[in-house]
Write a new protein. Structure first.
Length: 219
């Protein structure tokens, strides 16, 4: 596949990420032409500074990794991140509310953050490892009705979680494509074969810390 790098958001979200690792991430993103970098909110300003004169998007997370913050807190996180230079926001869905079938709250949560994002892209992390197929489909439908721009599989922080699965991405794509939303696959994407399978299933973005390995293939 040509320009596989343009699907990849080069990701570093671990708690103990050192500045040196972040600077290396930014340099790799520039060298390989990745679509974006995904970093924690406290690192957005640094990312923007180092990537200012490039086409690399600065992506960050809110309500991360549990999705359990109240909606106004998630919205404040998003506003602050955008003020610091974030181009795109990945929020975590209120998984508990979805499990409880409190769909109005799930929708309000997404709508509140999208309002804070204004014209900036909002991706909603469903945490598919914790959901069954019906819940994944319902979450996608809610995200579409709430004005999100993408649905995303995973945080990568679920203990013993698998992360992005081809069948989940296929279901997400079939559900949101008629509404014009994209699908971001993330979690457990460590090689080119898996990346290509997820793209074939409908993913237009890949969140991974293995971006360099993926684009270099078997080199």
């Amino acid at each position: 596949m040509e320009n596989l790098a343009q699907y990849i958001e080069h990701t570093l979200l671990k708690q103990d990420a050192a500045k040196e690792e972040l600077l290396w991430l930014f340099e790799e993103a520039k060298e390989y032409g990745f679509k974006g970098v995904c970093v924690n909110p406290c690192n957005v300003a640094l990312a923007k500074e180092k990537l200012r004169h490039t086409d690399v998007k600065v992506v960050t997370v809110v309500g991360f990794p549990l999705g359990a913050n109240i909606s106004t807190v998630k919205a404040f996180e998003a506003e602050t991140a955008i003020a610091d230079g974030a181009d795109e926001i990945d929020m975590v869905l209120n998984v508990s509310a979805l499990k409880d079938k409190n769909y109005p709250l799930v929708k309000f949560d997404v709508e509140t953050v999208k309002k804070a994002c204004k014209t900036h892209i909002l991706k909603v992390i469903l945490e598919t490892d914790l959901l069954d197929k019906d819940e994944i489909k319902k979450a996608c439908e809610i995200c579409a009705s709430a004005g999100a721009d993408f649905v995303k599989t995973s945080t990568g922080f679920v203990k013993n979680g698998v992360g992005a699965k081809v069948e989940d991405v296929e279901l997400m794509y079939k559900t949101v494509a008629p509404y014009g939303l994209g699908v971001k696959a993330s979690g457990g994407i460590r090689d080119k074969e898996k990346a290509l399978a997820l793209i074939k299933a409908g993913a237009t973005r890949l969140g991974t810390s293995s971006g360099v390995k993926i684009v270099k293939g078997d080199e």
